[in-house]
Design a protein around this ligand. Structure first.
Ligand code: ADP
Length: 565
């Protein structure tokens, strides 16, 4: 039955019950009222008339109006005959009264008159008693009927009070539980209501909706699972190692390469806090430390040595960091190629050094007058051969040095040296070059400097490189200051020129291999290796190297060593 019908029936029933109760009450009150009215009218009035007639009879001889009074009350009594036998008594009384009227002084029939009046009184009193008992019975019947109806209604009302809220609230509760389950993504939830009312319809619609959601969720889930496994396959087949961490550095995934490199199984460490794993795994520790380090990682795995570059990518979603991906890029191939290149350069430059030196020496010998005289043209050609040979020698020596630096084969001969010795060695090497450009070299060495523990040859090489560059980039007939001084316990060497200077934006890259300031000196030649080798030479001895320069004002290159006690 529909809920609306149920509620309507209940209300109609209540309405009918109220109407029935009211009608019954009114009917019984009317019956009781009629009965008491009849007692009053039919019997009580007859008693009053009888009493009045008795009083008038006593006064007939005393008061003249008593006869009239008797006659009036008798007339009223004659019109109020209601009981059986009352008419006969009233007729008897009428006859006796007429006899009395014929001779008012004769009081012989007074007893008959009284007797008739008493009879009338008695009949009415009896009737009052009888009617009273009828009214009492009616009242009791009314009380009983109304009590029964009241009891039944109370029971029905109580059953309504007990059942009606549950009829509405139970399905509402079940429905709201179902809605809460759906809100919690429990799409398998269904509602079973037995009733065939509006709630039943609602439950049916709810189940259809939940079914559709379930279907949608499952199809989405399948899609997501498929995409996930595809991404996992791609990640697993990559040659680079990949490790995923969440924002709290718990391990999310590891591909096959990183499993091999770390020597760990993904299933053993998934969900673990990465720093905890790092406690027992050296590689993981290295990967988590200093994520900006660009140092190559040499890893021994799978019975071979491989080289990796570490890259740490921060994963963001809507400006919020949601994790990190550590990529271990396999650079073994590049490393091997680079090594082959370095070895090749080292071999070639080493092999070239001797023949070029002999070319240089031969050219020098040719210009010697003692061997034979050359004409002017021949002399110029010989000088040109000498210059080119010297430049070639410089390049090969730089390439050789660089190869040594790259292979980590710098052989240092550390010994106590005076800064003066290093200066002298350097000035001797560059003097000729400076003279050719009319440049004045102005050394300024602080007196009584302590000895320093360095490789004299390599340190002088760096100073020579600084001065050679300074000469190269200075205008003719300018000056170059060479300062050697002590500052805060450090022994510093500084070469200041007044040439074109270096743009601020290139100063950070000036010590990189093969770097040359764009457009600065195509005509001047150079490999772009001198400063890179200088940096390696100084730093491998524990020193510091720097550049200060302002465009148009000149440059100052320097290095320093901490003075050893
Ligand atoms: P190169 O052999 O090419 O001179 P370096 O490594 O010695 O190589 O120098 C790298 C580059 O730095 C040079 O090519 C030049 O552009 C710039 N450079 C070096 N010294 C100076 C200097 N004193 N003044 C201006 N530029 C300089």
């Amino acid at each position: 039955m529909r809920l609306k019908t149920k509620l309507s029936i209940s209300l109609i029933f209540l309405f009918l019950v109220i109407v029935l109760f009211g009608v019954l009450g009114v009917v019984y009150i009317n019956i009781l009222s009629d009965q008491s009215q009849q007692i009053l009218k039919n019997n009580y009035e007859s008693l009053v008339y009888s009493n009045n007639m008795l009083t008038a009879l006593e006064n007939i001889k005393i008061r003249k109006d008593a006869v009239q009074e008797f006659s009036d009350n008798l007339a009223k009594q004659q019109k109020n005959i209601t009981e059986i036998g009352e008419k006969e008594s009233t007729d008897e009384l009428t006859r006796n009264f007429h006899e009395l009227l014929a001779d008012p002084e004769d009081s012989s029939n007074y007893p008959e008159i009284r007797q008739s009046i008493y009879q009338i009184e008695q009949l009415n009193e009896m009737a009052i008693l009888r009617k009273n008992s009828v009214a009492t019975k009616t009242a009791e019947t009314a009380k009983l009927v109304l009590t029964i109806i009241f009891t039944i209604l109370t029971l029905i009302a109580f059953s309504f009070i007990y059942n009606l809220p549950a009829i509405i609230s139970d399905p509402i509760r079940t429905l709201s539980e179902g809605i809460a389950a759906i809100a919690n993504k429990n799409y398998a939830k269904r509602i079973y209501l037995r009733q065939k009312d509006e709630f039943g319809d609602l439950a049916h619609s709810f189940n259809i909706m939940a079914g559709k959601l379930d279907e949608y969720e499952n199809s989405n889930l399948a899609k997501i699972k498929f995409e996930k496994s595809r991404i996992e396959t791609i990640i697993n087949q990559m040659r680079d190692g990949i490790i995923g961490l969440d924002e709290k550095r718990h391990i999310l995934f590891l591909n096959a390469v990183s499993e091999k490199l770390l020597g760990l199984k993904e299933s053993d460490i998934i969900g673990k806090y990465a720093p905890d794993v790092a406690l027992k795994n050296d590689l993981m520790r290295t990967l988590l430390q200093d994520k900006n380090s660009k140092e190559e990682l040499k890893i021994f795995a799978d019975n071979k040595e491989s080289y990796f570059n570490r890259d740490v990518l921060t994963v963001q979603n809507n400006d919020q960091v949601i994790g990190q991906v550590i990529v271990l890029r396999n650079i073994t191939l590049f490393h091997e190629l680079n090594e082959a290149k370095t070895n090749f350069i080292a071999t070639v430059s080493h092999e070239l050094k001797t023949p070029i030196s002999s070319i240089k020496m031969s050219a020098q010998l040719l210009t010697d007058e003692r061997i034979g005289s050359l004409n002017t043209e021949q002399k110029e050609l010989t000088y040109s051969i000498y210059d080119d040979a010297e430049r070639l020698l410089k390049i090969t020596s730089e390439l050789l040095n660089m190869a040594q630096v790259e292979t980590g084969n710098i052989q240092l001969k550390i010994q106590p040296t005076t800064p003066e010795d290093i200066l002298k060695l350097s000035l001797h090497a560059v003097q000729f070059q400076a003279q050719q450009k009319g440049i004045e070299l102005l050394p300024n060495i602080q007196p009584s400097l302590p000895l320093i523990n360095v490789d004299q040859e390599k340190t002088a090489w760096v100073l020579i490189n600084f001065i050679t560059n300074a000469i190269k980039f200075s205008p003719e007939k300018s000056q170059i200051d060479i300062g050697i001084y002590q500052k805060e316990g450090d022994i510093c060497f500084e070469v200041q020129d007044y040439g074109r200077g270096i743009d601020q934006k290139y100063q950070g890259r000036i010590f990189d291999k093969y770097f040359k300031v764009p457009g600065s000196h195509e005509s001047l030649g150079g490999t772009g290796l001198g400063l890179a080798i200088s940096k390696e030479f100084i730093e491998s001895q524990g020193g510091t190297i720097w550049v200060k320069s302002k465009i148009g004002q000149g440059s100052s290159f320097g290095f320093s060593f901490r003075q050893t006690a």
